[in-house]
Design a protein around this ligand. Structure first.
Ligand code: NAP
Length: 282
């Protein structure tokens, strides 16, 4: 069986090259440095790594990263004030609030405080609702990146049985909506799902968004299925057992699959936000 490796790193490099050209044009039209602001609350080491990776991607495409670090003790009110200040700042075109925030903060309220025009990470309730109804909206970055990658490799989705494992607001739920919009027949599974292995065995397309290393076993994967593994754990382990790849017609490697596409999607949506402001797109 010919097997396709859904090479997110390669697709992200190509997207970034296109974005760098668009940003160079934008600088001329805007006359200002287009900025992506990232807010990190607390000292979670992996969140710090993600924020730094996004900063590096900004520099590669020519966007100016602005990192806002807030202490662990930050209150919801203080975080909302920081978001408001960025909403009002005309040099900031996108705002990313790094998930997760400390538990005492009302994360949903904070996400929803991000102005829709600057919600380039696709985290607001309004953006989700618009995306789910097929209206113009910035997509949640990881699901948006997955859909770009599947489309780039022309993976057929219409009429296919897609099984999403996970129902988080930033990943499981939005990817399910986007697969539905692509005419897949979608099943969403979660921690209370009964008979999960059997459900996954019926899938043409499996999206693993569980957050548990090698949770999806090779013998749950039918021959010829497409595996999208959003998980990333120490040592390059995903949410799907590596042994499952041998059965797949296409799969996203870990690392180098979904991760780079998440960042590239964030960059693309920030560039689009800046282009809208510059009047270069509708
Ligand atoms: P999350 O908020 O922790 O959600 C995990 C989901 O998995 C929940 O919906 C949960 O169900 C479900 N789940 C947990 N145990 C299960 C079980 N035994 N059987 C079936 N479902 C189960 O995680 P997330 O933020 O969506 O992230 C998921 C994975 O994607 C993580 O590995 C994360 O690191 C990765 N991720 C990657 C990127 C990237 O850029 N590559 C970005 C974001 C996330 P309940 O709702 O019932 O609790």
């Amino acid at each position: 069986m010919d097997q396709i490796v859904l090479d997110g790193a390669a697709r992200a490099r190509q997207l970034e090259a296109e974005l760098a050209e668009r940003v160079a044009r934008l600088r001329g039209s805007l006359g200002i440095e287009p900025t992506l602001a990232t807010i990190l609350v607390g000292n979670d080491p992996s969140s710090e790594v993600y924020v730094n990776m996004k900063g590096a991607a900004c520099r590669r495409v020519g966007l100016l990263p602005r990192k806002v670090f807030l202490p662990e003790s930050t209150t919801t009110a203080e975080l909302l004030a920081a978001i408001d200040a960025l909403n009002a700042d005309p040099t900031v075109f996108g705002i990313l609030l790094q998930h997760p925030v400390p538990r005492h903060i009302d994360e949903r309220r904070a996400f929803d405080a991000i102005a829709a025009a600057k919600d380039v990470d696709g985290v607001t309730s309004l953006g989700f609702g618009r995306m789910a109804l097929g209206a113009e909206a910035y997509r949640s970055a990881t699901p948006g990146g997955i859909m770009d990658l599947l489309s780039w490799y022309r993976v057929p989705l219409a009429g296919k049985r897609a099984v999403v494992i996970g129902r988080s607001p930033i990943l499981g739920k939005p990817i399910a909506m986007l697969l539905l919009a692509a005419d897949a027949t979608v099943t969403i599974c979660h921690s209370r799902t009964e008979g999960l292995a059997e459900i996954v065995r019926g899938a043409d397309v499996i999206v693993a968004a569980v957050g548990k290393p090698e949770f999806v076993k090779a013998d749950w994967v039918r021959e010829g299925a497409v595996i999208v593994d959003a998980g990333y754990h120490k040592g390059g382990i995903g949410d799907v057992e590596k042994a499952a790849y041998a059965r797949a017609s296409a799969y996203t490697p870990v690392p180098g699959g979904v991760g780079p596409m998440t960042i590239a999607t964030l960059m693309r949506q920030t560039v689009e936000a800046a282009e809208r402001t510059a009047g270069l797109v509708g």
